[in-house]
Design a protein around this ligand. Structure first.
Ligand SMILES: Cc1cc2nc3c(=O)[nH]c(=O)nc-3n(C[C@H](O)[C@H](O)[C@H](O)COP(=O)(O)OP(=O)(O)OC[C@H]3O[C@@H](n4cnc5c(N)ncnc54)[C@H](O)[C@@H]3O)c2cc1C
Length: 266
């Protein structure tokens, strides 16, 4: 058994967000972090590894510096990293991204008792489409919004978090599960892990590695091959400072009514 986790390096949206003229993110000019939901997916994988002794492999599609993020994951306990990187893959939308990641995972190999974990959603693209699309393209069953995962023989029991409750689903392996933050509290890197991180295996998959996979077609990957394109994206202007009125007397309520009338709100 092994657990394959998809992890995206995303811009730290608490800092400045820079956008290229073609609408894609200017990632080079921004600080990056590990996508938060993906840390929950990694923690779930490592907890299953602690319990069952299985191997955990992290996959990321991104520019070469994303290797640093994979090393950070190794310092947490991940056994192997797969960096999927090529100029041909740049600018991919969710359709193309899932196509490429599914090809990479398929090339690595999915066996009968394997589990694929993804975050529910990336904080930059924010679509929550990539995990389910990977499952579809690999013809695997999927469960989204996992808030609890347990494994028994060739099946997982997943507590699926909904807005107003939860649903418990049993799914056979191999399968894909998308994870939400309620699932766990991600662990930190540890000293032993940091020392070992650079000894762990790193596989790089390029366009050359994947080009013969049935899911890889130059017409359906990268910016040119993506069925959706971002036309514009922008950072909304900061709102002005708010106004505080205090007092419960008539003068204050008259003042409030006057301000609202002036703004044509009442
Ligand atoms: C502002 C903005 C708007 C966008 N709007 C759209 C849109 O409407 N339609 C569209 O198709 N694309 C859109 N994109 C492009 C989108 O960022 C990319 O397609 C991206 O590769 C994946 O989509 P996502 O970030 O929404 O991932 P999500 O589907 O939210 O990610 C879910 C999970 O999939 C995995 N995952 C996703 N990407 C990777 C990766 N590169 N490597 C490893 N794991 C990964 C992670 O586990 C992640 O938690 C948009 C991008 C931006 C910046």
């Amino acid at each position: 058994m092994k657990i394959l986790v998809t992890v995206k390096q995303v811009p730290d949206t608490s800092g400045k967000v820079a956008v290229n003229p073609d609408g894609t993110l200017n990632r080079a000019s921004m600080q990056t972090i590990i996508n938060p939901d993906d840390l929950n997916a990694v923690e779930a994988a490592l907890a299953l590894k602690d319990e069952l002794g299985c191997k955990v492999v992290a996959f990321t599609m991104g520019p070469p510096p994303a290797e640093g993020m994979l090393r950070e994951l190794m310092a947490m306990g991940v056994d192997e990293g797969v960096l999927v990187t090529a100029r041909e893959f740049g600018g991919s939308d969710t359709y193309a991204t899932s196509q490429i990641l599914a090809a990479a995972i398929g090339t690595y190999g999915v066996e009968a008792d394997d589990v694929i974990l993804a975050g529910r959603q990336a904080i930059d693209g924010d679509t929550a489409q990539v995990g389910p699309q990977i499952a579809e393209k690999l013809h695997l069953p999927q469960v989204s919004y996992a808030g609890e995962i347990t494994k028994e023989d060739n099946a997982l029991t997943v507590k699926r978090m909904l807005e107003d409750g939860y649903m418990t689903i049993k799914v056979k392996t191999p399968c894909l599960v998308t994870c939400v933050k309620e699932l766990n509290a991600p662990r930190y890197m540890n000293i032993r892990g940091i020392l070992d991180a650079y000894q762990q295996p790193m596989t790089v998959m390029t366009y050359e590695t994947l080009k013969d996979h049935p899911l890889i077609d130059k017409e359906t990957i990268g910016l040119e091959g993506s069925p959706t394109n971002i036309l514009t994206s922008f950072t909304p202007p900061q709102k002005g400072a708010g106004m505080m009125l205090s007092g419960a007397d008539k003068a204050t309520t008259d003042q409030l009514a006057g301000i609202l009338a002036e703004k044509h709100i009442i």
